[in-house]
Design a protein around this ligand. Sequence first.
Ligand SMILES: C[S@@+](CC[C@H](N)C(=O)[O-])C[C@H]1O[C@@H](n2cnc3c(N)ncnc32)[C@H](O)[C@@H]1O
Length: 240
Amino acid sequence: MKIDIITIFPEFFDTFLKTSIIKRAIEDGFVEIELHQLRDYSHNKHKKIDDTPYGGGVGMLMAFPPFYDVIHKLKKENSKVILLSPQGKLFNQKFATELSNMNHLILICGHYEGIDARIEALIDYEISIGDYVLTGGEIPAMILSDAVIRLIPKVIHQDSAAEDSLQNGWLKYPQYTKPEQYKGFKVPDVLISGNHQLINEWRMKQQVKKTMEKRPDLLKQIEMTEKEVKLLKEFNKNQK
Ligand SMILES: C[S@@+](CC[C@H](N)C(=O)[O-])C[C@H]1O[C@@H](n2cnc3c(N)ncnc32)[C@H](O)[C@@H]1O
């Protein structure tokens, strides 16, 4: 996969690209990330890329021509152009999975009051990472890239990605590591029983319970197995 990121602050990405799983994914050739300084496409001799909004109003708006030029230079037949915006569709694991199957993403980071609305004619998706307003699209672009890259086959262990919270709709069951006991805080007995059937049953129950308690809003989107439906009914009955 190739990800092109258009930004006026490429330095935001320095640590992101050189750390942990993203660094390894780049080194191992699973993803190529290229940063493009929008100012290089400015039509102004001082490399200015913003101006005042028509009709008046506070703040500065990023101009259309530099975006038009850089997108047309980068875009190929199979590219998907994504505008990071608080007005976009809310990003989630399903969307990340869909994007992880693409060959080429072009991410557009806005700043200031945002971008001249003509940008909308050039994009495939407008994506928001949450219902709040950030100063720029760089952090959203990192969040989106991170969520997508870790889903590219072999970037992380496939079983690990498949079992993550939200991947199959459910929140993941609770996990514990050594020591078995610390200051009276104990690991559940079943996990040290060595009985894998019991452990699997406990985990399934826990993921249903956790999702019901923490994110009941997720339940209506999950395609449940008969066993999961039965567990959910039991939990509901016990709660009454
Ligand atoms: C201060 S915001 C502009 C907000 C704009 N004036 C509005 O009311 O919709 C500047 C830039 O930050 C990015 N941004 C801010 N919040 C975001 C969010 N929740 N998701 C994705 N991008 C966001 C976008 O790229 C946006 O163009």
